[in-house]
Design a binder for this molecule. Structure first.
Ligand code: SF4
Length: 456
């Protein structure tokens, strides 16, 4: 998911609309904006892409200087209207809105406890448990009640909360999901999942929300607390490989540069792999392919052309929609490929369903050999922290060896970046990474009852 919030701009909803537009790659199922003028909260939420949900008249109606926005793709809870965020509650004369990026691993347990104690849930989202915890804590006051609620959560979160007069950004103690703060020209603050959302509205990147940090922003300014026991930093490394936009700065590294380094590292690890041309499956493999081609001194070509009017396949919710995406999305340039030994640089292979069709297209276009290098290690373990591969059965590399995958995908050879190589090319001063989907070392222990529909 993508979250975007504003404090201190008279047209906060419009800035949030632009911010969500820039974060659209993080979720395409639904979008929502809640805005406050200091006293009243208004909102618009709907299914679909940002430009489908919001019209000019909505932005004119959403008046206020504080805003909380969200684009969703579901990792817990179905893709239905009731689950569209920001999630909004009214209680004790107040309104609280919530946007969540990530996944709580103890949501089922907390939900059971809360229901036993009388809470009635409106959605099947893990994020809703936070709101119930908060309403129970309100005798402590909003800030202390919120912090106490956050302390009960386990898992991954980048949270954005909004009340009538305050915006709150919170990041889990391991820093699993990214979150950053920007400053607006003329004052005011912006909070966003990625910095590409700041660029669009001329906000200046200030810094990351640090792992375990809760930042309160109101008319007195910005105030930070670090209420959680300190944990080792474990930021999601897959943001660098696939999820974040290449023009973003994530964990203080430009994603574009990191992806090029991953490609160069691949060339270093497989120096004997030779072909006539290097190409990506656009757009996700583009930057690693540039790095690979430069480091291996081979020509880089755009051997497949993308139809830009089709959404990203991996992120869509149902199997049927995914295969539809493969057929219409990429088309090979026959003259480039015919009679050539082709090296494809891909960012990741999750289920393999999209890759099979694409490799076949390259062969059908006349390639004599098709090799593939992948800019991360094989995905052998599910992600329980907010990326949509939450069961092992979905992952081709959890059931098959690399050689078997090569055969299944119709490749002459298949080579993955080593974990050491991935870490080396993702260097950052900001501590360690989560690599659980590659090595099974989960920084937050995961119980049995997980998965997308565990709360339904
Ligand atoms: Fe990211 Fe993988 Fe960790 Fe999930 S398991 S947070 S995708 S590194």
């Amino acid at each position: 998911c993508g979250i975007f919030g504003v404090f201190g701009h008279q047209d906060a909803a419009r800035l949030t609309y632009y911010g969500l537009y820039a974060l659209q790659h993080r979720g395409q199922e639904s979008a929502g904006i809640a805005v406050s003028d200091g006293e009243n909260v208004t909102e618009k939420r709907g299914m679909g892409l940002v430009p489908d949900v919001f019209q000019e008249r909505d932005l004119n109606r959403l008046k206020g200087h504080v805003a909380c926005g969200h684009v969703r793709y579901s990792t817990t809870g179905s893709s239905v209207l009731a689950n569209v965020q920001p999630f909004i509650i009214h209680f004790a004369g107040h309104t609280v809105c919530l946007g969540h990026n990530g996944n709580l691993v103890n949501a089922a347990e907390l939900k059971r406890r809360l229901e036993r104690e009388g809470s009635i849930f409106q959605t099947t989202m893990d994020s809703e448990v936070v709101m119930h915890l908060l309403t129970r804590n309100i005798h402590m006051g909003f800030e202390d009640g919120l912090v106490d609620s956050l302390k009960q959560l386990q898992g991954a979160f980048g949270f954005l909360f909004m009340t009538e007069d305050t915006l709150v950004a919170a990041r889990d103690p391991h820093g699993l999901r990214p979150l950053c703060i920007g400053v607006l020209e003329g004052g005011g603050y912006v909070v966003a999942s990625e910095t590409c959302a700041l660029d669009l509205i001329d906000a200046t990147y200030l810094r990351q929300v640090e792992p375990g940090e809760v930042v309160f922003i109101n008319k007195k300014g910005l105030r930070s607390v670090k209420p959680f026991p300190q944990k080792p930093t474990r930021q999601c490394i897959f943001e660098f490989v696939y999820f974040a936009r290449p023009d973003s700065v994530v964990y203080d590294q430009t994603v574009y540069e990191v992806r090029k380094r991953q490609g160069a590292q691949l060339a270093k690890e497989y120096p004997h792999l030779k072909g006539d041309l290097v190409m990506p499956f656009p757009d996700s493999g583009n930057y690693a392919a540039l790095g690979f081609a430069a480091a291996s001194n081979l020509p880089f070509e755009m051997g497949m052309i993308r139809n830009h009017y089709v959404g990203r396949t991996f992120i869509q919710p149902t199997q049927d929609m995914r295969s539809f995406g493969v057929r219409v999305k990429l088309n090979p340039v026959r003259e480039l490929i015919k009679g050539k030994k082709v090296i494809i640089v891909e960012d990741s292979i999750i289920r393999g369903t999209t890759t099979v069709g694409r490799v076949k297209n390259i062969r059908d276009a006349g390639a004599t050999e098709v090799h593939m290098v992948v800019s991360c290690p094989p995905h052998r373990f599910p992600c329980h922290y907010g990326i949509d591969f939450s069961t092992k059965g979905e992952l081709i590399a959890s059931k098959h060896s690399v050689d078997e995958i090569a055969t299944l995908l119709g490749l002459d050879s298949l080579n993955y970046l080593s974990l050491e190589g991935l870490l080396e090319s993702s260097r950052t001063d900001h501590g360690g990474f989560c690599t659980a989907c590659f090595d099974g070392k989960y920084p937050v222990p995961v119980g049995e009852n997980q998965g997308k529909f565990c709360l339904e």
